[in-house]
Structure formats: C-alpha cells, structure tokens
Write a protein that binds this ligand. Structure first.
Ligand SMILES: NC(=O)N[C@@H](CC(=O)O)C(=O)O
Ligand SMILES: [Zn+2]
Ligand SMILES: [Zn+2]
Length: 422
C-alpha cells in the first residue's frame, strides 16, 4: 500500500486537491482526505501529480548500438523525464523484421523500467521495398509500424502497407522523407546552409511525400500518424485533411518548437537532426498547430549518440538529439509559463491524447488502472547540465542557463513502484 498525500492531481481532465491510495500497483482510492494505517506515505507537498507521460517516439538502440543507449539507460532517462510509456522505434541492429528477431526484441524490452512498447518495421531492413510480415509481427506484439529514419519512396509499397495495417486495425507512423529530394543534405535549405556552405535539405523532401501519403491514407482508411513534422506546409496539409475527416494524426518534437536554423551559429552537431531545424516561420506554424489542435502530441524523437559520433561537425556527425529528459520542463515553460496554454491541456497532449490515439492503456489516472504517475515541481526554476542526464547520450543543445525551465520531475512511478526519485 502506498498513500500519496497532498497531491495536486490531474484527474478527470481537471486539477484537484486529492490523496491517492495505491494497492497492488493500481489506483485504489482517490479522495480529498485518505488515512490508512500501515500504508507507506509519500507527501507530494502540493506538487503536481500527473499521469505518467507518454512518448510515442524514442530510440533505445538495443540491440546493436548499446554504446549509444541501452533499454536500461533509455528507460531510466524516460523515468527521469516523467515518462512511463514510450514507443521504441525499430531502427536497431538487427532490425526486428521477422517474428524471431521481434520476439527477441520484446524479451530485451523486459529490462525496461517503464512500459516500452515496440514498433515493428514496415519493410524488411526498413530500407527495402518488401513488406515485413506485418500480420505476424502484430500478433507477436507490435503496437504500431514504422520505418523511422527512412521514408518509403515507393508509393505502391506504402499503399500496400497501409491497406494491410488498416486491416490489422494498427497504426502506421511515417517518417516522411523523399530520398532524392533529401539530396544528402545536413541542415535545412536556407540562409544558414548557404552561410556555412553545407548541403541542404529542402522542405519538399518532407512535404511532397506527406501530400502523397495523405491521399494514400484517405484511400486505405489506415490510421496514419506523421512523425516529427517540421514545416508550416506540413501543418497546413494536415489541418486540411483532418477537416476532411481523414484518419491522420501527428507529432512534433520539442526541438522543432524551440529552435530554428537561425540558432545554428557554429559547426555544432547538437543542432543536427532529421528532419532538420527549419526557419522561424515554420517554428511559429508548428506552435500554432499545437495550439489549434492540428498537432496532436509532443514526441521527443530521443536519439542518443556517442560523443565521438556527434563531435565531427554538422557535415559528418550523426543525425539526432536526445530529448526525453528535457521535454516536459521545456515544453511546460514554452506553453504554460508563457500563458499560451493551460497546464491541463499540456498534460493532455503529453499523456492522455497519445494514449487514446494509439489505443494504449496509459496516460490517465483512474481507479483500478495501473498506478503510472509522476510528481512534478512546477515552480522551481532550473536548468540541465551534462552530468544531470541518465541517458548515455548527452547530445542535446538544451544545457546551461540559456535553457532555464520549470517542471522538475521529483519522482516517477510505474505500476505503483518508484522508478525515478530526484
Ligand atoms: N531523428 C534523427 O535525426 N535520428 C533518428 C532517426 C529518425 O528519427 O529519423 C535516429 O535514429 O538517430
Ligand atoms: Zn524519423
Ligand atoms: Zn526517430
């Protein structure tokens, strides 16, 4: 038995003062005042008690690239960020594109301190045009399908995948990127790329494939989820097709909401990721897209890399930055502290909505559900230093006092057990 006293609880879409009793890993009682002899008391000290956050887009790198991250370090980092459920992308080595490899992946995921759900690849190796055994992978436990890291350049392959994934009532999460238009660029096509003399990635590499997919999605009826959208045109396209009733959802990362290519002032690969940071007007359109509900959720695209894979400058370093430990405080500062959004709505898009969209038993504090929650101090201003991270990856631009934020995770619990404490 655990008894959480003095919680500012996000419950039933409202913030209320409550005590919470937990028994056998589940929420047992929620009331204004609970006393229970023998329960372990945790005093929340009037801090926010939120549902465990949900991030449908992370890279945990195991198997194959454990020098970057492991399921243990990645999930510890997630718990540090207040997350209790994540979707792990399948661009590990080997790609789990058959039942045997997938089952091995599921076995490895048992090391996770939180709920780690597993994406299966849409095509073999993630790069081929041959579809994975989608039905078998769904039966083996794939919660959704993605070729994250790679676009699907063949429209027929994508359309076939959508039709089969629709039949499965599963979800297709697309990394939209036309390989030819991507043109081996490293940052967004714009003034910064010209100034630094770097090969550039055109916005149409994202938007043209997105436009194609939206039409294919309409025809197939699949739930089509767009990963890490980065441009104003992507927001506009998605707004139009949502209005037309097409089953499309999308996510945006904290870095695309907070940074643009103007912030790339020197050859620092902590500003290199895929899709790239776009320009200020794209960033503003992404913020507007979150505010008007076109963008459904925040996802971090937590992409850890080793130091020597990120210290080679913008041209040669790997794409991707970490994000799961800094997401909530940065986004909370951006939207809630600034007065742009209510705390309730932010919690919704960082927990309940992603869970609802992907049909997960997560993201909600409710009687008899798993006691997955996080205690957050919303008022102490702080910032991250490199040594604060539990991830193996320290490849993030969000360190130092330039990135002062609010929303320190005090404790995180999964199935009623503490998985992070400050
Ligand atoms: N975002 C990135 O820049 N990199 C990701 C792949 C991806 O999300 O496309 C990675 O796996 O490192
Ligand atoms: Zn991607
Ligand atoms: Zn990714």
């Amino acid at each position: 038995m655990k008894l959480i006293k003095n919680a500012k609880l996000y419950y039933d879409k409202k913030l209320v003062d409550r005590d919470v009793l937990i028994e056998n890993g589940k929420f047992k009682e929620i009331a204004t005042e609970i006393d229970f002899d023998g329960a372990e008391v945790i005093d929340a000290q009037h801090n926010l008690v939120a549902p465990g956050l949900v991030d449908v887009h992370v890279h945990f790198r195991e198997p194959g690239q454990v020098h970057k991250e492991t399921i243990k370090t990645g999930s510890a980092a997630a718990a540090h960020g207040g997350f209790t459920t994540v979707g792990a992308m399948p661009n590990v080595v080997p790609v789990p594109d058959d039942v045997e490899k997938f089952e091995h992946q599921m076995e490895l995921n048992k090391q996770s301190k939180i709920h780690t759900l597993q994406y299966a690849p849409i095509t073999l190796e993630e790069t081929s045009d041959q579809l994975s055994p989608l039905e078998d992978l769904a039966a083996a436990g794939a919660f959704a399908f993605s070729n994250d890291g790679h676009g699907i350049n063949n429209a027929k392959t994508m359309f076939d995948a959508m039709q089969r994934i629709a039949q499965l009532n599963s979800h297709l999460a697309a990394h939209v990127e036309d390989q030819n238009l991507f043109n081996k660029g490293v940052i967004n096509a714009g003034a910064t790329a010209i100034n630094l003399g770097l090969p550039a990635i055109e916005r149409v590499a994202e938007t043209s494939q997105l436009a194609r997919d939206l039409l294919l999605a309409k025809e197939s009826g699949v739930h089509y989820h767009v990963c890490h959208i980065s441009t104003a045109d992507s927001v506009n396209l998605i707004r139009i097709v949502k209005d037309a009733g097409i089953n499309v959802t999308c996510e945006v990362t904290p870095h695309h909401l907070l940074l643009s290519d103007q912030d790339i002032v020197n050859d620092n690969a902590n500003y290199k990721m895929n899709p790239p940071l776009r320009c200020e007007s794209d960033r503003e359109a992404l913020i507007a897209g979150v505010l008007d509900g076109t963008i459904d959720m925040i996802a971090t695209d937590h992409a850890p890399h080793a130091v020597d894979e990120k210290n080679k400058g913008l041209l040669k370093s790997a794409f991707g930055i970490t994000g799961i430990e800094t997401s909530f405080p940065l986004i909370h500062k951006l939207f809630v502290k600034s007065g742009m959004m209510s705390l309730e709505r932010l919690l919704d898009i960082m927990s309940s909505r992603p869970a609802e969209i992907f049909g997960l038993d997560a993201g909600k504090i409710q009687l008899d559900r798993s006691a997955d929650f996080t205690i957050i101090d919303l008022f102490e201003e702080y910032h991250f230093e490199k040594e604060d991270f539990l991830s193996k990856g320290i490849n993030t631009p969000f360190v130092g006092s330039d990135w002062n934020c609010f929303g320190k995770i005090e404790k995180t619990f999964v199935n009623g057990e503490e998985v992070y404490s400050e």
